[in-house]
Ligand binder design. Structure first.
Ligand code: FAD
Length: 524
């Protein structure tokens, strides 16, 4: 504690220390080394851990506001970053050594519980709430949010700062398209309520805003009646063109009779072809694997679901059969399972527990997520899936299309300039003792080559969960939205206090601490 306070004095000066020490919060500040260490790294594990000076465990929006007002009024404007559940890849929720991390997901006495309004079909949630807990609470009322991420142990504020996407996005839009109202603490320390009707600019700017304009302390999320069960189907394709044609057909369907979730993944790995009957594939579904053998080439798996109520269990088979008739997958490759809605939504957590038991969860994750315009997805397939990747992938590669008209152009999220675009998510894990193709440097180099290939082939991809090294790259990322983004920063966080880990704008106190030899000092 004494050491931490001394460091704080050196870093931000004695007057700032006195101010921080004097902040009266309902939650609490912690300087304990174990607490500082616990927020110093993230899921990506790509950077050396950097401990902040202090961590705030807030109980209310006012706690967050008091801290930010102190930072805003201090000589150095020390950085303040919200940390959701620390599932970023490149240190986006960190502040560096001289900042204060606000641990939003830490439960304190007084942190508001989700409040469901069944009549109005919405839930009010604390910004640090995990989606899994939002789901549990809303299910008590037979309701659920409409749009999801594949994994539920992410925070509401964290995913709304990006977009929040999964196989429902083609129909409901990303999670940021399903928010009715927010409470936000701006970089000036003001608590502002915003919505489509009130403080509209801030509302849209914060959604997908990478934490640049304020810390979300409350979100009002739109709900729908929760389905009870899910018919979950996977089918295979050997032709990329037929696979994408079917995916695009499925996301173009309107009306009641359609699938509720459309995703897919790429199988480039020989090992995966032989072992891909993972826990999903039940013994009730024997498959003649020889009939879908890839002969060393790439296979594509379409993943779809139909949600239903138990009272509809007599008709769901027929409905699924009719929908499937329009698709052109390999006929012998149909895998079906049926499970509770909550078990489907929470499916990735099961994989997490398995990986944790084998010590394979807390390893570096050089993930790369790209939005690829529909007009170039076939070139991407040839250059990346059938080219750069070779036949070893070190993790799942998701691919699924979305409709741009379900995204609000006024939000800060950036997508390609086409009506339909694909998410390609290369979700790889690096192993220090694995084969060469599983090593971190190998995977990072592959990512670099993929981005280089897109640039040379003029495939206008946009990074999702973006990570850029220079401001020039950020300006290119935002394109037409850059001027608006920059002017909102000037209005809502003029001293560049917030979410400095995104490395879009430079915080003055970080400049003080940057070694003069640092090659990145000129870049942001
Ligand atoms: P953090 O990583 O802690 O924070 C992310 C950024 O948001 C930081 O800049 C932080 O400062 C800022 N921030 C956090 N909280 C707030 C707040 N309350 N107000 C303002 N800014 C805030 N994403 C998808 O869209 N779809 C998926 O299917 C999906 N699956 C995933 C599966 C796994 C296993 C993992 C690890 C990640 C997945 N993600 C997915 C990515 C996820 O959306 C991002 O990691 C995101 O950052 C949310 O994580 P978090 O809540 O831990 O936020």
């Amino acid at each position: 504690m004494t050491f931490a306070i001394c460091t704080l004095i050196i870093a931000v000066g004695p007057s700032e220390l006195l101010r921080i020490g004097a902040i009266d919060v309902d939650g609490h500040f912690t300087f304990k080394p174990s607490d500082l260490a616990s927020v110093s790294s993230d899921f990506g594990m790509l950077k050396s851990p950097e401990e902040p000076l202090a961590v705030l465990h807030p109980s209310s929006a006012e706690d967050v506001a008091r801290l930010i007002r102190t930072a805003y009024g201090s000589a150095t404007a020390f950085p303040v970053s919200a940390r959701g559940h620390g599932h970023s890849i490149n240190g986006q929720a960190s502040t560096g050594r001289n900042g204060v991390v606000v641990e939003m997901s830490h439960r304190n006495i007084g942190t508001p519980e989700p409040l469901v309004e069944p009549e109005e079909m919405y839930v009010d949630v604390w910004g640090g709430e995990l989606w899994v807990d939002v789901l549990k609470k809303t299910l008590e009322h037979g309701l659920a949010p409409k749009s999801w991420t594949d994994y539920l142990y992410l925070s509401v504020g964290g995913t709304l700062s990006n977009a929040g996407i999964s196989g429902q996005a083609f129909h409901h839009g990303p999670q940021i398209s399903n928010v009715l109202e927010l409470d936000v603490v701006t970089g000036r320390g003001e608590v502002m309520r915003c919505s489509e009707e009130e403080n509209t600019r801030l509302f849209h700017g914060v959604l997908g805003g990478l934490g640049q304009f304020g810390i979300i302390t409350r979100a009002r999320i739109s709900l729908e009646p929760a389905p009870q069960r899910v018919r979950w189907i996977r089918v295979l394709y050997s032709s990329f063109e037929v696979f994408t044609e079917d995916q695009e057909y499925l996301i173009s369907m309107h009306g009641q009779s359609k699938f509720d979730y459309v995703e897919g993944f790429v199988i480039v790995d020989e090992g995966l072809v032989n072992n891909w009957r993972s826990s999903f594939f039940s013994p009730r579904n024997p498959v003649k694997i020889s009939s879908v053998s890839s002969n060393g080439s790439v296979l594509y798996c379409l993943e779809i679901t139909k949600n239903y109520h138990e009272s509809e269990s007599d008709t769901v088979d027929q409905e699924v059969e009719i929908l499937m008739k329009k698709l052109n997958f390999i006929p012998t490759s149909v895998f079906t399972t049926d499970l509770q809605y909550v078990d489907f939504l929470d499916r990735v957590h099961k994989a997490e527990l398995k990986l944790r038991s084998k010590n394979l969860w807390e390893v570096p994750h050089p993930w790369l997520n790209l939005f690829v315009p529909k007009s170039r997805i076939s070139d991407f397939d040839k250059g990346v899936f059938k080219g750069i990747l070779g036949n070893k992938t070190s993790g799942p590669i998701l691919i699924y299309p979305m409709n741009k008209d379900k995204w609000d152009e006024r939000s800060s999220a950036v997508t390609p300039d086409e009506e339909v675009f694909y998410l390609v998510a290369l979700l790889r894990s690096a192993l220090s003792d694995g084969e060469e193709t599983q090593k971190l440097e190998y995977l990072k180099d592959q990512n670099r080559r993929i981005l280089e290939f897109c640039e040379q082939a003029k495939i206008n991809v946009k990074q999702y969960l973006p990570h850029h090294a220079t401001q020039e790259e950020w300006v290119a990322h935002y394109g037409d939205k850059w001027d608006q983004f920059r002017s909102m920063k000037a209005e809502f966080d003029p001293r560049h206090i917030l979410a400095t880990g995104q490395k879009i704008f430079q915080n003055p106190s970080l400049a003080l601490f940057r070694p003069s030899s640092s090659s990145s000092s000129a870049s942001w």
